[in-house]
Design a protein around this ligand. Structure first.
Ligand code: BG6
Length: 478
């Protein structure tokens, strides 16, 4: 479905995110026929550059990040025709009148702030001062949205001076992933799961976002963040919200975000014994975390596992185990819901019995797997065996299941449509920091150091204990 024609200004257009995600994503939407041909993409950055030079940057980004079957010369040329460039000084006045001259009447106007958060205020102010933004314009901002609660509040206040909340699109790219949106469809478009979706029937939930990449190349940023700020405060928090929230009355931006906010507010503080932090060692001929971060004394975690509780009627007593880390055995993100035992067993084969588990695989190999008990075939009496009801999106949906759009593509189109459902509201971000801050402060005050783990492993030893202690086990990372 095409969106309305738009003028999209990308500040920081020569930066890494623009080249890897934003520009290739826009191209793919153009290729798919969703981006109207009279829309324009205006790159804006500090570098003095001609339009031709910027188009060459965009062409290179497409070549590198778009799959070959979507790259035909005619479509690329037609797309580049829609691309323009303005040299701009975020902190001064140079370039702003030229940017204003680029903006056309009757177009949706969107401004993507793909720049350091310290420039948000400057950009927002100048967009207004030069009459470039109006009450219909939208701005898109990226994570990190603050470093803690105070800085997030300050950023919200800065943006609020110039834009209303309904104009501000805070991106958490996990919400743009098809499989993450699918969590809501699975829960609220089926009658099957919801009656069991509570502490009475759910033993525990595991949320895993395992990565094989290191922090090489972004060590300086990462060393100031660590896994808690980089992944848990935002992406994993969003997954937790979608799993734990009450049904919104409608699939509507504020209804969904209100319910997520209630989950974040219901999170208990995390106990020190329920936190395990790790840092990958050197190994297999590869450098370790401290080499990548260029900080030999770094106590920043590249892995974290947490046991958290959502204190409300639905979830009281069901722990949520969260873990994420770099340089682990495999790239695998999934959510596993383990159900409780049936109240009474009528079978003698207690040994064969296993819990029902619903696994939602977010990436790669997107799909769902429900483990159920059946009778083992054969004459040997009533023996039980667990089998998977397995569904991969690729198989179930054919081509539609393999050609999954990148999160950014979906989210940018939502900005143009004016749909904020998949974007974080200011209060949500602040609530997430309000929960995160004391956890971090706690380990800083205690002087805790992360435990080393081998690259290619499933994380530090202590993380195993976090679950063993409760008589449970992490699922294998594969
Ligand atoms: C980013 C984090 O937000 O998400 C990175 O800063 C992380 O550290 C990335 O690697 C993971 O995203 P994805 O889409 O590859 O799972």
């Amino acid at each position: 479905i095409p969106v309305d024609p738009f003028d999209l200004v990308v500040f920081g257009a020569t930066g890494d995110l623009a080249r890897r995600k934003i520009l290739p994503g826009l191209y793919r939407r153009f290729w798919a026929g969703q981006m109207p041909a009279d829309s324009a993409i205006i790159g804006a950055a500090r570098s003095e550059m001609t339009v031709e030079a910027f188009r060459a940057v965009v062409r290179e980004a497409i070549d590198e990040h778009v799959s070959a079957e979507k790259r035909d010369a005619a479509t690329i040329d037609a797309f580049l025709d829609r691309v323009d460039y303005v040299t701009i000084d975020a902190k001064g006045e140079a370039g702003w009148p030229s940017l204003k001259a680029e903006m056309r009447k009757g177009m949706v106007r969107a401004f993507y702030f793909s720049v350091a958060p310290s420039l948000f205020g400057d950009l927002a102010e100048r967009l207004h001062k030069h009459g470039i933004a109006d009450a219909q314009s939208r701005i898109v901002v990226e994570k990190p949205f603050g470093h803690d609660l105070d800085s997030a509040r300050a950023l919200n206040a800065t943006l609020a001076r110039h834009f209303d909340e309904h104009q501000i699109y805070r991106i958490d790219h996990y919400l743009g992933k098809e499989t993450v949106q699918n969590l809501m469809a699975v829960r609220f478009a089926n009658i099957l799961f919801e009656p069991l979706w509570n502490a009475q029937y759910v033993d525990h939930v595991q949320i895993t976002v395992a990565e094989t990449v290191s922090v090489e190349g972004r060590g300086a940023y990462y060393d100031r963040s660590g896994a808690m700020r980089d992944m848990v405060q935002n992406h994993i928090m969003q997954l937790l919200c979608l799993i734990a929230m009450e049904p919104p009355y409608h699939f509507d931006p504020d209804a969904v975000r209100d319910e997520k906010l209630k989950v974040i507010r219901a999170l208990d503080p995390v106990q020190p014994q329920d936190i395990v932090r790790g840092q990958y060692r050197a190994g297999g001929g590869q450098a370790g975390y401290v080499d990548h971060s260029e900080n030999p004394d770094s106590t920043t975690e590249s892995y974290i596992a947490l046991k958290v509780h959502v204190s409300n009627w639905r979830w009281k007593g069901t722990p949520f185990y969260l873990r994420t880390g770099k340089r682990l055995r495999a790239r695998a993100s999934e959510i596993a819901i383990t159900f409780k035992e049936p109240p009474h067993s009528i079978f003698d084969d207690e040994k064969g019995w296993r819990e029902n588990v619903l696994v939602i695989r977010l990436q790669p190999d997107e799909g769902m797997n429900l483990k159920v008990m059946i009778k083992e075939p054969g004459p040997g009496g009533m023996r039980l065996v667990q089998v998977p009801l397995d569904m991969s999106f690729a198989e179930a949906l054919g081509e539609n299941g393999t050609d999954i759009p990148d999160a950014y593509e979906r989210l940018i189109m939502d900005v143009i449509r004016g749909n904020q459902t998949l974007f974080m509201r200011g209060d949500e971000v602040e609530a997430a920091w309000a929960w995160t801050d004391p956890v971090i402060r706690g380990w800083e005050d205690r002087g805790d150091r992360p435990q080393g783990y081998d690259p290619g492993s499933s994380g530090p030893e202590d993380a195993l204990m976090l679950m063993h202690r409760d008589g449970r086990r992490w699922r294998e990372i594969r």
